[in-house]
Design a binder for this molecule. Structure first.
Ligand code: SF4
Length: 151
């Protein structure tokens, strides 16, 4: 299962398949990470800096974190995509086809002027999350999506 947890500043990614339940996160930021709570990650309960330092200690790579750089991500079910916006202008997109059984992610693109900010990962994660919430499998035809989904 893939999930992202977003505040104004940061996005935390969690891949449950990688989690070894080593609990470094829980001991590092107990108000933010708490197994059994829903949601089990509440980034609003800690500072961005504290969470950053805790996430970087995750031994399995199940957790990752990036700064948002004022970019917001929106999911557009009717448009079959997730889209990234900065100052009201679209700067990235991840497109998928809904086959009824799976979301086939076939295209991910971010304006080259905004590379290196983790925007593509946020876009792909958002589509994967929405697929999983609907009980669909994920077909990462797009090579970047495959890298995120299979890594
Ligand atoms: S530190 Fe990483 S591996 Fe350990 S419980 Fe937290 S998410 Fe899972």
């Amino acid at each position: 299962m893939h999930r992202s947890y977003v505040t104004e500043d940061i996005t935390i990614f969690w891949d449950s398949d990688k989690c070894r339940h080593a609990r470094m996160c829980v001991s590092g930021s107990p108000k933010v990470f708490e197994f059994g709570r829903r949601p089990w990650i509440k980034p609003e309960n800690g500072s961005s800096r504290e969470i950053w330092e805790t996430v970087k200690k995750c031994p399995s790579g199940a957790l990752d974190i990036i700064y948002n750089h004022d970019v917001t991500i929106e999911f557009d079910e009717a448009g079959h995509c997730s889209a990234a916006f900065l100052d009201g202008k679209q700067i990235g997109e991840c497109d998928y086809e809904d086959t009824g059984e799976a979301f086939n992610i076939y295209h991910t693109e971010v304006d080259s002027r905004h590379g290196g900010k983790g925007i593509a990962k946020r876009l792909v994660y958002r589509v994967i999350e929405e697929a999983e919430r609907r009980g669909r499998s994920v077909i990462p035809t797009c090579s970047y999506a495959a890298k995120i989904y299979n890594s």
